[in-house]
Design a protein around this ligand. Sequence first.
Ligand code: SF4
Length: 408
Amino acid sequence: MNKPELLIPAGNLEKLDTAVLYGADAVYVGVAGLSLRAQSAEMTPADLAEGIKKAHAQNVKVYGAANTFARNADLAKAGEIIPQLAEGGIDAIIVSDPGMISLIQKSAPQLPIHLSTQANTTNSQSVRFWRDQGVRRIVLSRELSLKEVSEIARTVPGVELEVFVHGAMCVSYSGRCYLSAYFNRRSANEGDCSQPCRWEYRLYESTRPHDPLIYEEDGRYSYLLSSRDLCLLEYLPEILSAGVASLKIEGRMKSSYYIATVTRAYRQALDQLTQNPENYRCNPLWLNELQKVSNRGYTTGFAFASEKITATSPDIKYQQSHEPAGVVLQYDSVNKRILLSSKNHLTAGEEMELLLPRDTVKIKTAAMIDMNGNKISEAHGGDCVYLPFNDDVPAGALLRKATGKKLK
Ligand code: SF4
């Protein structure tokens, strides 16, 4: 069975480490000043060089996103940075602009090019066109059904196809949207979306400005513009049958905890499916894991209905059953304990879960010890504490705790 790569977002070096630890085959990172993400989710050339070394040491590929809609002023910067990235060993560059493609082909001809989903590739003829321009891989539009993806894979050989399987959805065509720029002067097309499509909207008739027409979804508001998040974990057999090369998780702005949980769930599913396809069943525990990270309710998006509008969600507030508790800095094998950097308020007696790459282990914090060796009853975000634990734990492993909130 064809085994596609699992491609994970890495907004910074810490998230790259997390993605690698929890099972990524490849990561994508924003190239500073050239990607469609805010600066907080981009890497500087120095961080990128370090990230490439770290990832390659674990046989994980690194793709650099330079998918900005380039203006003339961006070209000089791109012409300078791209050859450096090629020399630094980056595995491919993700672009959306034909001018950038031509620039890369001249300045770093050996560098594989992936066409970003921002290019809105939706049909076989477009895929053929980009392939003939020398593009190695196409990130297909999220708006395609699996049937369409499969048709493209069957009819256009010699090009890799990548599809989104998990993460936030836009209600515009793959991010081509000016809501955020209009409301907040933060342009989605420059990677800085403030997500106003998630806000609460009312409908007014023009002569009755004080009399809103309530288009109810939950008794208060309508969420006409707000999409649930994409989740195709249950449909991996269908996706693999479609013949894609790469399964992409969305979310360079998401937390390390989110990256760890989602990567691990898809890694386990993908491994089991490819090792034993005849007896494969989607494990409900994997789906349950996806409820433990921030989400807006899940949808299969356009995967099974080519013209269906993505479901909107009355659960306007983000929800999650668990939240980050801390990250393991090191394992002290002499004293059999974990050194933890707390990411939250922790109290003695509280139960936490340690996320190992292939397993989850419950830990009680009754015996938290501070750096001076004192037993403590609570710790705050940023504190370093020891927790007893008998087995070796990799640095970078994450801990979580229940939020105590009931999911809708
Ligand atoms: S406002 Fe919503 S639809 Fe528009 S780009 Fe941002 S997330 Fe996408």
